[in-house]
Design a protein around this ligand. Sequence first.
Ligand code: GH3
Ligand code: MG
Ligand code: MG
Length: 263
Amino acid sequence: MLFFRPPFAIVIRDRRGVWRFTVAVTAVCLAYAEAATVATDWAETSSLAVLAVDLAVSAFGALILALPLAYYAARSNLALYQAKCQAERASLTDSLTGLMNRRAFMRLAENESGEPLALVVFDLDHFKRVNDLHGHQAGDAVIRRVAEALRSGLGGFGQVARVGGEEFALLAAPSAYAELIAALTDLRAQIAATPVVIDGQTIAVTLSAGLALGGPGESFSSLYRRADRALYAAKTAGRNCLRVNAGPAPAGPDEAPKASLSA
Ligand code: GH3
Ligand code: MG
Ligand code: MG
């Protein structure tokens, strides 16, 4: 346990910081050694020659000790900072697809403020069958392909994330509503029309999607619930389609969506 905590923590973020820290600490040590030498020599001798020699010796000692120690401390500090950044990045990234993971997505959504947002949730259709028929590795490859298609097709609208096994989500600005619907429709059709070929196996892939448009002041959890309901509507309508929930439900958890259209 730490009994003494310094009032501030030094964090070195790059190589320039390493050199700045090293030079600063070495300069302080050097100044201290020189001042201490002058003070003790002043009391003991008035010879300038002795003083000059002592100053040179103490400067040499301070440099020999302080320079490598300060440099080592600064490099360790930088390595710690880089490891922390890397761990933070890894904890927010989905390792299979490289997309933002659920944790990062939720954090992003909850920090959003201002204009209402549009949320789309996607779920691959009958994905258990893909695993059963073609194996788990082929299933992983399909997930990667779909992730890439979503990222390149919809990345311009907002943030795409993998929020579950074969589930994805897009958080988009609502201003591009018409373009977003068109892009979702095209992308769904394109994915359905382009089977994934892995190790000679041809795998048909379709997805269902639910889009909800945020109402003023609506919480993200309410928006997510509505997008999920739209997705459920897409599944029950036969899959391989998009359903839209255009506004917050008037009251009660089981209210039907205000508007629902297919694409
Ligand atoms: P539905 O159309 O109703 O969504 O049918 P489904 O078969 O996709 O049903 P469900 O969503 O319940 O099943 C998802 C399956 O996705 C279950 C699981 O085996 C598989 N899955 C989840 N994560 C992964 C993954 O990372 N890799 C692979 N290969 N499969 C996964
Ligand atoms: Mg699912
Ligand atoms: Mg599914």
